[in-house]
Design a binder for this molecule. Structure first.
Ligand SMILES: Nc1ncnc2c1ncn2[C@@H]1O[C@H](COP(=O)(O)OP(=O)(O)OP(=O)(O)O)[C@@H](O)[C@H]1O
Length: 288
């Protein structure tokens, strides 16, 4: 985990969003006393550093532990109704079920009552490199690509995370490059576990496609205004210009199957990835 750096100049501007009028908020068993620029979860104080990102119904801020000096990502989920509250609760529980190097852990959490609405606050380890999507975007902007060795290493970690999820009888169900974080060593961490349930449907093929082509398989179809629903019925076309090995291209075709029942199971995919890794030339992994 990252150590304390110089205090961010943004700190003084601090968190219009996080200030709760200095009023203590109590919900469940956690007392959350919020003062200017800081929050308290489970009796530990954290300083707001800067905004990191926004999701569909959430805000993610970088905060710093007052005592340990570590950085954390604070994800605040706005729960608009009972269903939203339940989804946030599922996200918390799923983080707690899994203890695996490829599934993001949860440091602490609390539910906060704000103006009659609930916010779920999830304190997560801060993963500095950000999402797989942001890494792919940078490569695309540079006109570069991800070396096969790196694709395989990341894919293997994603498969290991999915394997542990499946072994406990769950599916992630919202797998996409924005929901995979990459640490400094390119270890992928699956996150955004709120959609998980006991149905076994995944879209791993789209993530692999994105790592290889730096865009989603149906992005062009969508941009042209054509029907994505129709496009997903057809086998995926791999561009002629694709420079990845035939083995990796074949793996992509075999996991990009529209009928979920016909998709190979994660153990088979993991075996294929390991096999490709053992065959892959020992090329230098480009750092991105
Ligand atoms: N622990 C973290 N470390 C670093 N960045 C993070 C972390 N958690 C989230 N982020 C950033 O915040 C973004 C949004 O997070 P997340 O996907 O959890 O929110 P969300 O509201 O569930 O998103 P959506 O519903 O749109 O998928 C991520 O894509 C990532 O860029």
């Amino acid at each position: 985990m990252l150590r304390r750096g110089p205090r961010s100049p943004l700190f003084s501007k601090a968190l219009k969003s996080l200030v709760l009028n200095n009023e203590p908020v109590r919900m469940g068993q956690t007392l959350c006393t919020c003062s200017r620029g800081s929050i308290t979860i489970d009796n530990k104080k954290y300083y707001f550093v800067q905004k990191l990102d926004e999701g569909g119904f959430s805000y993610v801020d970088l905060v710093e532990g007052a005592k340990d000096g570590h950085f954390y990502a604070l994800k605040r989920i706005l729960c608009h109704d009972r269903e939203g509250r339940q989804e946030a609760q599922t996200e918390v529980e799923m983080h707690q079920i899994f203890n695996h190097p490829n599934v993001l852990s949860l440091v602490a959490h609390t539910f906060v009552d704000r103006g009659g609405k609930t916010e779920a606050w999830l304190l997560l380890p801060y993963i500095r490199k950000g999402s797989l999507w942001s890494v792919l975007e940078k490569l695309r902007d540079k006109g570069s690509s991800m070396p096969e060795k790196q694709v395989l290493q990341i894919l293997r970690g994603i498969c290991s995370g999915l394997k542990t999820i499946h072994e406990k009888g769950y599916a992630h169900r919202d797998l996409k490059p924005t929901n995979v974080l990459l640490d400094e060593d390119d270890r992928p961490l699956l996150m955004d576990l709120g959609s998980m349930n006991r149905a076994r449907i995944e879209s791993l093929g789209c993530v692999l496609y994105c790592m290889m082509m730096l865009e989603g398989p149906y992005d062009m179809v969508f941009q042209k205004g054509d029907s994505v629903a129709l496009a997903v019925q057809n086998p995926v076309t791999i561009p002629q210009s694709c420079s990845y090995s035939e083995g990796l291209q074949m793996l992509l075709s075999s996991i990009m199957v529209s009928n979920p029942q016909e998709r190979p199971n994660i153990n088979w995919v993991l075996d294929q990835v390991q096999d490709l890794q053992s065959r892959s030339p020992n090329t230098q992994t480009n750092m991105v």
